[in-house]
Design a protein around this ligand. Structure first.
Ligand SMILES: [Mg+2]
Length: 124
């Protein structure tokens, strides 16, 4: 479990994104527009991963994009959504680590293979 002191603060990121949106962007897009942008940016990450590790061959135009840059686009718009929804990402991060730590405490040990053997399409 993460304590508040162990949790890295995302407040500076939230403030930075907010400042940029208010000063340069002239205000937030609507929440639904930001949701669409989040889907778009996630798709851009998926496209790069498909070219890097999937079965598709990259086109010459694919070399102009950066996985790092697209991942930051996802983080950026997710942060904008958090800001406009009044979400404290630092606290959300701490709670998320707690959730994963208790849920997955025994998930990846020697019994993990046994667990997957019991999965069927109906209980996935
Ligand atoms: Mg992008």
């Amino acid at each position: 479990m993460l304590t508040a002191e162990q949790t890295p603060s995302l407040a500076p990121l939230q403030r930075l994104v907010d400042s940029w949106i208010m000063a340069t962007g002239k205000g937030y897009f609507s929440p639904l527009t930001n949701m669409a942008i989040l889907a778009e940016e996630t798709g851009e990450v998926a496209r790069i991963m498909a070219r890097l590790h999937g079965d598709q061959v990259a086109k010459p135009s694919d070399t102009a994009v950066s996985l790092a840059d697209e991942l930051v686009d996802v983080i950026w718009v997710a942060t904008a959504i958090a800001n406009q929804e009044g979400i404290d990402l630092t606290e959300a991060l701490r709670k998320n680590f707690d959730k994963k730590s208790s849920r997955d405490a025994d998930r990846f040990g020697p019994t993990a293979q046994q667990n997957t053997e019991t999965l069927t399409p109906k209980n996935l």
